[in-house]
Design a protein around this ligand. Sequence first.
Ligand SMILES: [Fe+2]
Ligand SMILES: [Fe+2]
Length: 391
Amino acid sequence: MIYLPLLRPAAPGVLKRAFAAYTISSKQGAGVVLLSGTAYSGRYISTASPRSNSLTAAKSHQLTVEPHKQDKVVSSSETKSHISKEGAGDVAKQVRGDWVLFHPVYSPSELKAVQVLHRKAENFGDKAAYGLVKLARSIFDFVSGYKHVEGPPDANASLEELRKTGYMLSDKQWLSRILFLESIAGVPGMVAATLRHLQSLRLMVRDSGWIHTLLEEAENERMHLMTFMTLKQPSYFFRALVLGAQGVFYNLFFLCYLISPRICHRFVGYLEEEAVITYTRCIADLEAGRIPEWSTLAAPKIAIEYWRLHDNAKMLDVIYAVRSDETTHRFVNHSLANLNTFTDVNPFALREPDMHLKGGKVELTRDEADKYVTESDELFEKNKKHLKRDS
Ligand SMILES: [Fe+2]
Ligand SMILES: [Fe+2]
């Protein structure tokens, strides 16, 4: 997995500390960070193809200083079409390349390393968060007429019959379900990032590396929505449902985050557990031939570019990548919920474990997070010495 975060703790010790910013690239498989340039005042990180993501320092630096694709100078005719009225309305054709925030790109073994896991609710806040998520899932299943059972309820029933009775979803039903859920899933990260940003401004204190991870999560969820949107244009009724749900959920989550950020991160952790279950079932159906409409369907271009999929990628590859993203959110949010949200450093600000860990472990405890930050710090110091030696 490539994941290229850049803040680092300024001094060794426990979780509570400030940050400096550096440029880092990762070497796939090794899970080791490799310093690739001098210190910058902002985030200058590059990603590479998952098929060849062992960046050399030189390559990494080259990518670091190159402009993003959308910033490159284009010919006058191209420029004209981009600013003309005809071109301006067609964003999907204009937006090309990776101009998104940092996000994991997975190796084939990482994609298969995801397990369906549940974190046991331990205290009142956990139980409240988990209860709310289960309630929301039950209501959503009921309203959408979905009845999941492990294996077909009637082995002799045809796919059509199973779909009619709600035991299997058709491709269109899967899409509707995914589109609605993804439109909601992009809310918590943005709310949490907004509130932490405002708190930092208001109290004039540093944030300890939480904001950008939360923004990345929000964007990652939005990219899921943008990906599936290429397969279906939602009706006005569907859009109205999303509008209403967003209005209610955004404000509720905003208020709840003001009261208890920890319970909110736990809530998102449980929500992501459900997302992992949903996509795992989707993968199982797809691999068993129960969504024949998607079995040979090519992956949308936006997905190929975002997750660096191979050119012949199919929908199955996309769903695997999305499920891995949800697993990242599950791990990150359950881990953040174990921290002191006011004082502790975000352990994933500098680097993030690969999917072999996140897929089989539901969280980092606070002690593990502390150790992880210390290890990141040691790696950073080691690479800093390496850089000084080479310069
Ligand atoms: Fe998602
Ligand atoms: Fe998610």
